[in-house]
Design a protein around this ligand. Structure first.
Ligand SMILES: NC(=O)C1=CN([C@@H]2O[C@H](COP(=O)(O)OP(=O)(O)OC[C@H]3O[C@@H](n4cnc5c(N)ncnc54)[C@H](O)[C@@H]3O)[C@@H](O)[C@H]2O)C=CC1
Ligand SMILES: CC(=O)[C@H](N)C(=O)O
Length: 368
């Protein structure tokens, strides 16, 4: 018995004992358990080169950008965006879109089978602030939904990417900097569900051989998509308001320091870790980082381009309490060492890029 348990505690089944079996719900109506090496989902070598990708929760801040990015790599028709919301026309016309509710296991399985999916990027989630406003929904989507995704991925031999977050740490974690491995006792349902995702993914890797890969993202800043209800949202909204109104009311205190990243770096990191050779990964979950700033520092940088810009502060106590428990700086040295992670965009380039985007949008809007 002890020998069997020890087998799935090792990353590779080198000990010569039986391959691990899949959890029982993989078997549909059959009571039998099928060994993982049964190979009933085998693909030819040629097919294995051409990934077929599914993105869940793809209509949020990050999913459409990820789809565009992956379509350049794998071809438009090989990347399917999915969500429970109705896509805007430009997204619907830009490539395959499908309805997928991650709480519906059979629907998820049908999509994976019918589309011969090989890689799954699991983006569906309720973020930190909306999660606190609706804990039971956050628990369902972020935890039960994850279980469905893990099972489908393990059953069909998918490579699975699940993003985690700086929010997976809490007030008892070291905050400046926060290493990959340390105490994780988050105080939000979002953070708790992400720690759960990290641990379950790692467990499925050791137990069932699931190729689970996970990055802890900092707050992500994007120009052409809106944030979905998080604590770091201010760092996206500030640019829109600076260009449109010349002023911004910030819901965090001026000295609240958080790790942040421009979306292009985030999406590149995501593809890089998915393409990294398995032997280069010493862990299944990595911190990634680019920059770290406070609202006051960000406002100062914006002021260099918009001299009349004014910031006021009207602190949201829920978001402030969350931010005060999160990392201030993120230690991503393992990602840099293992698979060569390197960010491109620092604060000055971020501000120029964001203001240029919103400036040109504004000029187009005024001209029309
Ligand atoms: N945006 C950020 O700053 C960061 C994001 N992340 C993670 O990256 C992922 C993507 O983030 P965002 O795009 O910002 O999130 P978002 O909140 O903007 O989008 C999440 C999407 O999930 C969908 N969704 C909700 N319930 C669903 C269900 N039952 N079935 C299928 N889809 C459902 C929503 O309709 C929404 O389009 C999330 O897992 C998030 O935790 C991690 C750290 C930072
Ligand atoms: C950092 C995140 O995970 C997200 N943007 C949030 O603020 O909830």
């Amino acid at each position: 018995m002890l020998r069997r348990v020890a087998c799935w505690m090792q990353p590779s089944p080198a000990c010569g004992c039986r391959a691990p079996v899949l959890p029982s719900r993989f078997l549909g109506t059959s009571p039998r358990q099928i060994p993982m090496d049964a190979n009933f989902h085998s693909t030819s070598f040629l097919e294995a080169d051409q990934q077929r990708v599914l993105i869940t929760g793809g209509l949020g801040q990050l999913g459409v950008g990820l789809a565009n990015f992956l379509r350049k790599r794998f071809g438009k028709d090989n990347v399917i965006l999915s969500d429970i919301r109705k896509p805007p026309e430009h997204v619907f016309l830009s490539g395959p879109f499908i309805y997928s509710d991650i709480l519906d296991y059979k629907n998820l399985r049908e999509i994976v089978v019918n589309n011969r999916i090989t890689w799954l990027f699991h983006y569906s989630a309720l973020l930190s602030a909306v999660g606190e406003a609706n804990v039971s929904l956050a628990r369902a989507v972020n935890i039960t939904g994850l279980h469905n995704v893990l099972d489908v991925a393990a059953e069909h031999g998918l490579r699975l990417f699940v993003p985690s977050t700086i929010g997976a740490f809490g007030p008892t974690s070291p905050r400046n900097p926060t290493p990959d491995l340390c105490i994780q006792r988050p105080r939000t349902i979002y953070g708790v569900s992400k720690v759960h995702a990290e641990l379950m993914g790692e467990y499925y890797y050791y137990r069932y051989g699931l190729d689970f890969r996970c990055l802890r993202y900092p707050g992500i800043i994007s120009a052409d998509s809106q944030p979905g209800g998080g604590t770091t949202d201010y760092a996206v909204q500030i640019f829109h308001e600076a260009v449109k109104n010349g002023r911004f009311e910030c819901n965090l205190k001026p000295d609240t320091r958080l790790p942040m990243m421009y979306i292009d770096d985030c999406l590149r990191a995501t593809l890089e870790v998915m393409e990294a050779p398995a032997e280069s990964l010493s862990m299944r979950t990595y911190n990634i980082n680019a920059m770290s700033f406070t609202p006051a520092e960000l406002a100062q940088e914006v002021l260099k381009h918009v001299p009349e810009f004014q910031v006021t502060y009207n602190v949201d106590p829920v978001r402030q309490a969350i931010a005060d428990s999160w990392p201030m700086n993120f230690d991503d040295s393992n990602a840099r060492k293992d698979w060569g992670w390197k960010h491109d965009i620092d604060l000055p380039e971020l501000v120029t890029t964001m203001l240029n985007f919103h400036g040109s949008e504004n000029r187009v809007a005024q001209a029309n």
